[in-house]
Structures are given as C-alpha cells and as structure tokens.
Design a protein around this ligand. Structure first.
Ligand SMILES: [Zn+2]
Ligand SMILES: [Zn+2]
Length: 153
C-alpha cells in the first residue's frame, strides 16, 4: 500500500478547502501546517455572515473582487482569532499568493510556501520571500490523490 506523502496530503487539503470558496473569480484554498499538523485553513470567501459573491455577484473595483478575504489571509486570521502561533510554520496554497498575501505570510513568520499552480507570480513577491529567507516550492497535486474512488484496500 502506498501512503500519501505529507506534501500531497496538505496540498489535497487546500484543494478540498478551495471547493468551499464563495467567489467565482478564483477558488483558492490554504492550509497552515506546523510540525506536520494542520493548524488552520482558509478559502476565498466573504466576511462571516456577509453576502457571498455566488449569491450577489462579485463586487469588482479595479478588476479585483473586494468582497472576499483571500484564502491565505483567512487561514492567518483564524490563527489570530484563536491565538495560534504561526512563527516557523508552513503554508500550502492552491495558487501562488498575491502580493498582499505574500507580505502577510512573511510578516506572520511563515517559513515555507508550497503552491500548486503558478498564478501571476509577482517578481516583487519572489524578491521579498528571498529577502525574508522564506522558501518557496511548487508542489503540484497529482490528481489521483483526491480521487477517493481509486483507493484500494
Ligand atoms: Zn467575488
Ligand atoms: Zn491574496
């Protein structure tokens, strides 16, 4: 029996979270991990209790939907809300984070960023990651990992 690798396991979790996204523009999921344990997760969505883009449409300003909180921010804010340290943690995201999220990730003390899909990959973000000593690695999700129908005992 082949065991799923940690990288694939955490990346699969982020893809599962992405399915909860309420913004139709991009479905993103993020999982924060410490010592091989999931400490928080998030997806692209509105403020709790707020209107969802899937119900009311996106609120677009300058080609960005301003209604949603990005998956990475939601995961970090979950840690803030419940008092969970993020220093030295790792984050698994379905897409390369936007510049704002990259800065938040660095400032929260996250030391490694694993992403599955390239998404604009801002050169300034890469520069900031390098300066901060944050490791960035692409980990693609191999699809059979989340196809539970293929599991054999
Ligand atoms: Zn939206
Ligand atoms: Zn972002």
């Amino acid at each position: 029996m082949n065991r799923i690798s940690w990288d694939q396991y955490f990346m699969a979790q982020s893809h599962l979270l992405a399915l909860r996204s309420t913004c139709t523009r991009l479905t993103v999921g993020a999982t924060i991990v410490r010592d091989k344990r999931i400490i928080a997760g998030g997806y692209n969505g509105s403020i709790a209790g707020g209107d969802h883009c899937i119900d009311k449409g996106c609120y677009v300003i300058d080609n960005h939907c301003v209604r949603t909180i990005h998956a990475e921010m939601n995961a970090l804010l979950q840690c803030a809300k419940f008092g969970v340290p993020t220093d030295g943690a790792e984050i698994y995201v379905t897409h390369f984070p936007c510049l704002q999220c990259c800065k938040a990730i660095i400032q929260a003390g996250i030391k490694t960023v694993y992403y599955a899909k390239d998404y604009k990959n801002h050169p300034y973000a890469l520069e900031l990651f390098e300066q901060a000593g944050v490791k960035v690695e692409k980990v693609e999700l191999t699809e059979e990992v989340i196809d539970f129908r293929t599991i054999h005992h």
